[in-house]
Design a protein around this ligand. Structure first.
Ligand code: PAF
Length: 285
């Protein structure tokens, strides 16, 4: 069956015109911001968007502001035709695919900076990351004006940062997190998994295995510090390294946990390298 092409707009003015017409007709609008290289995790975001709104917009923009100079901005996988066909098949209504000049015109000088939840974990390993994410997501929310915007829980800290930012800036939008989509062995789907060699992909199974172990050990009353050590050791044994962090923190505040059995709502957070690929994951206890 031939698939109707997905309408695409590349300017903020065109995006606003389409969304304004939908809203004038009383329709509820959802936005799914992405950087493309779409996979089933993104399709779960589109399905969740369609369940919550009459119209679904997906954006694709590989945001230079959230990559440090030594990171993978140039190598980041790009393929709009494939992405667009996947979005159309999933029932998305519109693709917003601006270029860098539309998003960051000459003279652009503003940054959104979120404190608190953006500071630990990724905030330590990638100090510029959340500034770039918060700035571009604030812009996308203001450009599109959706009723609801959806983000994957795989980037759990990012979700908390965006929720905080929307609350603090009084953005009239509901921010919704969608559970992580996983491969059969439990590895979180990620556009960056495409960087893994076949051998590394096999070794990557150690990550969900270590997460499962951590959750079970914590539920059995294990001490956070011991469990963090065991996860570290099992990832190192499987060939991961360096390990940026293995930390068990409160899932709402990202505060460190004190000694003793972990309280409900705790989460295990890991970021570790396998060769040249940095994998992150988080599981609730
Ligand atoms: O999670 C992502 O793909 C990106 O960080 C986002 C939210 C689209 C902002 O560029």
């Amino acid at each position: 069956m031939s698939q109707t092409a997905l309408p695409v707009v590349r300017t903020i003015a065109d995006l606003r015109a389409v969304v304004a017409a939908w809203k004038a007709a009383g329709e509820r609008v959802a936005l799914v911001p992405t950087m493309g290289a779409l996979h089933d995790g993104h399709m779960a975001l589109i399905a969740a968007a369609k369940a919550r709104a009459d119209r679904c917009v997906a954006s694709i923009f590989v945001n230079p502001a959230q990559f440090a100079p030594h990171e993978d901005f140039d190598a980041y996988p790009r393929g709009e035709d494939r992405d667009s066909a996947m979005l159309a098949a999933a029932g998305c209504d519109l693709l917003f695919a601006p270029n860098a000049r539309e998003m960051y015109p000459a003279g652009f000088s503003t940054a959104v900076s979120v404190g608190g939840v953006s500071q630990p974990l990724e905030g330590v390993s990638r100090p510029k990351f959340f500034g770039g994410v918060a700035t571009v997501v604030a812009k996308l929310l203001i450009q599109c004006g959706p009723d609801v915007a959806l983000f994957g829980e795989k980037d759990y800290q990012q979700l908390l940062v965006i929720k905080r930012m929307a609350l603090d800036l009084d953005l009239p939008v509901e921010i919704v997190g969608v559970p992580t989509a996983r491969d059969r062995d439990g590895l979180a789907l990620s556009s960056r998994n495409a960087y893994l060699t076949a051998e590394q992909r096999k070794a990557a199974s150690a990550l969900p295995a270590a997460m499962r172990y951590a959750v079970a050990a914590l539920q059995d009353g294990g001490e956070a510090i011991d469990v963090e050590g065991a996860v570290n050791a099992s990832l190192t044994g499987a060939g991961f390294g360096p390990i940026d962090y293995v930390e068990i923190r409160d899932g709402a505040t990202l505060d460190r946990l004190g000694p003793g059995p972990v309280r409900p709502g705790a989460r295990v957070f890991v970021a570790a390298w396998l060769g040249k690929t940095r994998l992150i994951d988080n599981w609730g206890v």
